[in-house]
Design a protein around this ligand. Structure first.
Ligand code: B12
Length: 304
């Protein structure tokens, strides 16, 4: 319930009822997968809306009926958000499916060998392994968790093993020619997810950048201090949950105050479903994949 209120506040801040609706549908799906009655999420939304109507000053309440209506409609439609992206018959999808199965079976050596041997045998590049196998596999693990088919422990294990695969891929990848540019890559304050930013950082590294990856949950003032210390050409900031977008906005404001002209690229799941959310929070660009992050980063840093 607390999360629902925070997501509502984040959507109102962005003026985007569709984002609250998407979150409500996500939440409804998680509850139904855990044997709650299918009506429970809608009833909870109706209760929350009644309490807010009773307690908020009328001008504040006046904004909210649209948000609740969209959310209830979306829950009633039983969204298709949980469709697997690994159903293809191409080699990459098959590899990603097998990687997920090995992880679910607790087979760490098998999962690591599967990906590394595909790269050794030149069936995949290091960046291809990240983009087409590891990232979709983690999203699949998340989908299975959402549906109640895997637990938090399996998801933690998948994260640990994937981190090891990434380190080994980078160790064996051909050294890129340094391009003289520095990027700082980090998840925003409050975001506990760090695999996405590690993937983005790896792509920058493979492209010849000095990439300084800070991982998850970096305090705003520390990020600002490092961008000054390392004279960063670019800061790449990730956020996962809708409730973390405002933290990105605050971080961008702090970076640009301390270093006017600092270029900031944003990405991560928090930007899914809203085309120009990144513009509204003052970013210079938004990338929806690690590959695009490098393309846009090169343009922002004046590289061809
Ligand atoms: C592992 C995981 C965790 C781990 C993270 C461990 C770690 N050290 O990273 C832990 C357990 C900590 C965790 C916690 C939570 N998680 Co979580 N998590 C995941 C999971 C399974 C994988 C994340 C991941 O690594 N994905 C792989 C990345 C590479 O994929 P990607 O995000 O699509 O990234 C691509 C682009 O977005 C882009 N990109 C990504 N980052 C960046 C950054 C920049 C700068 C740029 C330019 C681009 C970019 O490039 C990437 C590669 O091409 C996801 C499932 C999912 N769909 O991702 C859920 C997921 C993200 N988690 C979710 C949730 C709900 C939570 C919790 C709220 C759960 C809870 N009740 O506590 C908490 C929130 C914690 C917090 N304060 O942030 C939900 C979010 C749903 C939503 N939209 O609201 C997801 C989607 C699961 C699901 N299917 O429902 N989680």
């Amino acid at each position: 319930l607390q999360n629902q209120i925070l997501e509502l506040a984040a959507a109102v801040e962005d003026g985007a009822p569709e984002l609250f609706a998407a979150h409500a549908a996500w939440s409804a799906e998680a509850f139904t997968a855990r044997a709650f009655s299918p009506d429970a999420p809608v009833t909870a939304l109706k209760c929350l809306s009644a309490v807010l109507e009773d307690n908020l000053p009328p001008p504040a309440w006046a904004l909210l009926p649209t948000y609740f209506q969209r959310a209830q409609d979306e829950c009633a439609r039983r969204s298709t958000a949980a469709t697997s992206e690994l159903t293809g018959q191409d080699a990459d999808s098959r590899l990603a499916r097998e990687y997920v199965s090995l992880l679910a079976a607790g087979d760490e050596p098998g999962a690591i060998t599967l990906v590394l041997s595909a790269v050794d045998e030149k069936r995949l590049s290091a960046s291809g392994a990240i983009d087409a196998v590891l990232a979709p596999a983690l999203r699949e693990i998340g989908r299975l968790w959402h549906r109640g088919e895997l637990g938090i422990a399996e998801e933690h294990f998948a994260t640990v093993v994937t981190r090891k695969v990434l380190a080994r891929l980078l160790l064996h990848a051909p050294t890129a020619v340094a391009n003289g540019r520095t990027v700082i890559v980090s998840s925003v304050e409050g975001d506990a997810h760090d695999i996405g930013v590690n993937f983005v950082s790896a792509f920058f590294e493979l492209d010849g950048w000095r990439s300084i990856c800070l991982g998850a949950d970096t305090p705003v003032e520390e990020l600002v201090r490092l961008s000054l210390l390392f004279d960063a050409d670019l800061v790449a900031l990730g956020a996962t949950l809708g409730t973390q977008r405002q933290a990105i906005a605050r971080t961008i404001a702090a970076l640009k105050t301390a270093r006017p002209g600092q270029r900031v690229l944003v990405g991560g799941a928090a930007f899914t479903g809203g085309d120009d959310l990144w513009r509204r929070i003052g970013a210079d660009a938004h990338a929806s994949s690690a590959r695009d992050a490098v393309k846009l980063g090169r343009a922002l840093a004046g590289l061809r």
